[in-house]
Every structure is written in structure tokens, then in C-alpha cells.
Design a protein around this ligand. Structure first.
Ligand code: EPU
Length: 441
């Protein structure tokens, strides 16, 4: 029988990183802004778009719905120009929706613009259940009729337009907040949304929508007030996507674990307030300016505790990377995952590289740090776990092969190029796939 081979990110460790990375626009903002362009006919230009594969999927989806789109490459980030038609469609089919989770965020825009939407259930990372009942409850509060098929959801606004409502989200879901904001922008009357997500990406979305004629107040706070308008228009000037706090946090961990000196530029440090506090608690030395963060070689990293929570809490999207930091901290560290129920699954891959860790209850990782790590063949199961496995390879002795690196390409622009410039020995290679016995965590 022939041996099977696959694409992998290969890391030869250990190494020490030095240098600067310019951070791209935030994936989880850019994707939603591309969808938000559908809210007004005409040409909307978005700059500082990250060079990641999810962007191509989102542009294809929006073009199918009713736009022409162009991605113009720049040296570090791209520009996306979308020319949105007066009349747009309302059906988002499975082949365009499935590849990325963010596709669900066009649901609100479609109902707002056309009075109806049919969306195949989205894909994205396999990190938990990822229900959409909060999105649907909010739309129902605004008068929508919702029907669910085996693999799609259909929403109809009676007489073609939703009405304003007061709605409290039972959980501050990022995706539900985005959909309900867009739905409310063109609804009849005023909508008050309580317990909304407060992520910086939500503020970025509200800023673009307000440029397009929406009337939203309270972005970044727990309650949003949206006064519905009859019509919105394209953004009158280019909108720059905010910096990616998760990309920045990932390179900071890379610097800290390798005892290096790494600066990330193009990021508002306030977006990383909580993760930076946790890094300081571990003993990581940081210097912060208005748009850059530098990590310096630290004396001895120490065990600490943190837990993921909606913003401004510690971001779940930095959880896997932070566990790699904990592996380098002397003593015991604990990390509780409160957002996605299966995201600690990455521990079984880390264990193949020698990480000493355990999962207590359903959602607490207990890490015994300071033990030697070794290279191994491991598998990326989501964007952040994939990036974290590459980071682990930077501190492990020998060769690490991270299979399925397409996950990492979905969220990190030029990840290997940036790490190589910082001094890592990394490459993309076709490797032979082993199937080792499962390792207990
Ligand atoms: N949830 C429900 N019902 C809902 C909505 C959410 O049960 O109706 C649950 C989810 O199952 C999950 C939790 O609430 O357990 C958080 O979900 P949320 O809706 O807040 O997240 P999302 O919109 O699906 C976005 C990002 C994620 C990021 C989370 C949390 C995008 C495309 N994705 O997902 O990013 O982890 O917010 O900050 O914006 C990533 O970039 O790697 C990534 C997974």
C-alpha cells in the first residue's frame, strides 16, 4: 500500500526570535465589513484587508448575492472594492456559506435589504456547537418569521421590513450582535439591544455602518440603540480595518516563549488589555506604546491562571497560544475555557510534543510547565490551535510537522514568512503522514 502524504508547516526548533511584525487588519472585522457593504448600493472600499483565504470566500459570497468585487494586493495588506447593486439577492447557498463561519453574518444584512434571507448553515472551525438561536430570537423580536430546514434557515420580514424592538441577548454573542445590528439599521423604528458583544470588531462594524448612513449609538458598550433608516448608501470614503489583536497576541507569545525580542506594530494595545495583564503575571516583560507592543527577554516565567471570556475578558482565540506560554512557565498554570466547549481538544496534540497537562472537569486545562518538549507530527484542527502548534514547534527540540496548515492560512497572513524573518527555521513541505497511537492527555 502506498504511503500517504500531506501539506505541513515544518518547524525546526528551538530558536530565539528577534524583530518586528506589522499586523494586518483583523480577520473577524474584515469579513463582517465585506458583508456589511451589502447594506448600501454603490462602491465601498475597504483597506488594510488581511491576505488570508477566508477573505476570498467572503468576497465570493457577497458577489453571488449582488456585487462585483475586486481584491487589489498591497505589500502587506490588500484593498477590497465592492460595487453593490441596487437590487440584491437573498439566497446564500451551501457551497459558498460552508467554508467560513463569518458567512452567517450576512443574514441580518439580507433581511434588512430584501425582507428575506435563506442561508445554509455555516461551517468554520470545529470548536463547539456554535448554535444561532440567539441570532434568530433577536430577528423574531423584530417581527421576522423563521423557518428551519435540514441544513438551512429561512427568514422572512412580513411586508418586507422588520420593526424596531427591545431585545436582551441571553449571551453576548459576537455573531448575533452583528446580525441584529445590521437587521435593525433598516428596520421601522428604534431597536435597543442589551447585553451585546463589545469586541473592538463590533465597534469597527458600527463605524462603517454609520458612515453608510446608519444611526447606531453605544458601540463598545453593553447596550446599543439603533434608529432605523429607510435607506443606506455605500461608504463615501475608504474604511481601514482595525488591527488584528489575535494575530498580534500570537506573535507576542512567540517572542515570549523563545526568550526573544519581538515587536508588533499596527495594533491598539487597549484591544489586548487582558491578555497583556496575564502575560505580565507570567513574568513576561512588555513595553507598550500607542500602536506597538514589544516583548523582551524575561528572567523566569511562572505559573499563573486565566480564563476566557467575552471581550474585554481574555479572548478564546488566544487560548491555545497561551497554553504554549504556560508550557514555558515554571510550576502549575490553569486556563479555563468558557466560550467554546471543545477548544481544549488541542491538548491532545500538544501532548504528542511532551506537554504535561490535564483537563479537569469539562473546561479547565492544568499545565505543568518547564518540562522539555520535542518535535512531533501533529494536526491543526482549527486556525488558532494550528498557529499554537507552530509556536510549540519553536520551543520544542527537533522537527515538528503541523498537518492541515490550510486552517492557519484561513486566519494568518504570511505566517511562515513572518516567523522566518524573525529568525525561525520554518517551511511549508509535503510530508509523509504517520498515524501514531493516540496519546492520553
Ligand atoms: N452561541 C450560542 N448560540 C448563539 C450564538 C452563540 O450558543 O446563537 C455560543 C457559541 O456556540 C459559542 C459562544 O456562544 O460557544 C460564542 O459564540 P459567538 O457567537 O460569540 O462567536 P462567533 O460569532 O461564532 C466569533 C469569531 C470567533 C471567536 C468568537 C468569540 C468570527 C468569524 N468568529 O465567532 O473567531 O472565537 O467570535 O470571540 O468572527 C477565530 O477567529 O479563530 C474564531 C473562532
Amino acid at each position: 500500500m502506498g504511503k500517504s502524504t500531506g501539506d505541513a508547516f515544518v518547524v525546526n526548533g528551538p530558536c530565539t526570535l528577534h524583530g518586528t511584525v506589522v499586523i494586518s487588519g483583523a480577520k473577524n472585522s474584515a469579513l463582517k465589513l465585506i458583508g456589511a457593504a451589502l447594506m448600501g448600493a454603490g462602491q465601498t472600499t475597504l483597506v488594510n484587508i488581511p491576505k488570508i483565504t477566508d477573505i476570498n470566500h467572503m468576497v465570493n459570497l457577497v458577489c453571488h448575492i449582488g456585487a462585483t468585487g475586486q481584491i487589489t494586493p498591497g505589500p502587506i495588506t490588500d484593498t477590497v472594492v465592492l460595487d453593490v447593486a441596487e437590487a440584491i439577492g437573498w439566497d446564500a447557498p451551501a457551497e459558498l456559506v460552508k467554508p467560513i463561519r463569518a458567512s452567517i453574518s450576512i443574514m441580518g444584512a439580507l433581511v434588512a435589504r430584501t425582507g428575506r434571507a435563506r442561508i445554509a448553515m455555516p461551517g468554520g472551525d470545529k470548536i463547539g456547537k456554535r448554535g444561532i438561536e440567539i441570532h434568530l430570537q433577536g430577528l423574531q423580536a423584530m417581527g421576522a418569521q423563521v423557518s428551519e430546514g435540514p441544513d438551512y434557515v429561512e427568514i422572512v420580514a412580513p411586508e418586507g421590513r422588520l420593526h424596531g424592538a427591545e431585545f436582551t441577548l441571553e449571551y453576548a454573542s459576537v455573531g448575533a450582535t452583528e446580525n441584529l445590528i445590521m437587521a435593525a439599521c433598516l428596520a421601522r423604528g428604534t431597536t435597543i439591544l442589551r447585553n451585546v458583544a463589545r469586541e473592538p470588531e463590533i465597534i469597527d462594524l458600527c463605524n462603517l455602518l454609520n458612515m453608510m448612513g446608519a444611526q447606531i449609538t453605544g458601540a463598545g458598550e453593553e447596550t446599543l440603540t439603533i434608529t432605523g433608516v429607510k435607506r443606506m448608501h455605500a461608504a463615501p470614503s475608504p474604511h481601514a480595518v482595525i488591527g488584528d489583536r489575535i494575530e498580534a497576541g500570537t506573535y507576542l507569545v512567540a517572542g515570549a516563549i523563545t526568550g526573544g525580542d519581538v515587536t508588533v506594530e499596527g495594533i491598539d494595545p487597549d484591544y489586548l488589555y487582558r491578555p497583556l495583564q496575564d502575560m505580565r503575571e507570567a513574568g513576561v516583560e512588555l513595553r507598550v506604546t500607542s500602536n506597538a507592543i514589544r516583548v523582551l527577554p524575561s528572567e523566569r516565567l511562572k505559573g499563573h491562571e486565566t480564563r476566557t471570556l467575552p471581550y474585554p475578558g481574555f479572548a478564546t482565540d488566544l487560548q491555545s497560544q497561551h497554553i504554549v506560554l504556560m508550557s514555558q512557565c515554571h510550576g502549575t498554570s490553569r486556563l479555563t475555557e468558557n466560550v467554546f466547549e471543545t477548544r481544549l481538544g488541542v491538548l491532545s496534540e500538544f501532548a504528542k510534543m511532551g506537554l504535561k497537562g490535564d483537563i479537569i472537569g469539562s473546561n479547565q486545562a492544568v499545565i505543568e510547565g518547564g518540562h522539555p518538549l520535542h518535535g512531533a507530527q501533529v494536526k491543526a484542527n482549527d486556525i488558532r490551535a494550528g498557529a499554537a502548534l507552530v509556536l510549540m514547534g519553536l520551543v520544542a527540540q527537533g522537527r515538528t510537522e503541523v498537518l492541515d496548515p490550510y486552517h492557519i492560512d484561513r486566519g494568518y497572513a504570511n505566517f511562515l514568512g513572518n516567523l522566518a524573518r524573525l529568525g525561525a527555521d520554518v517551511a511549508r513541505e509535503e510530508v509523509e503522514i504517520h498515524t501514531p497511537p493516540a496519546t492520553a492527555v
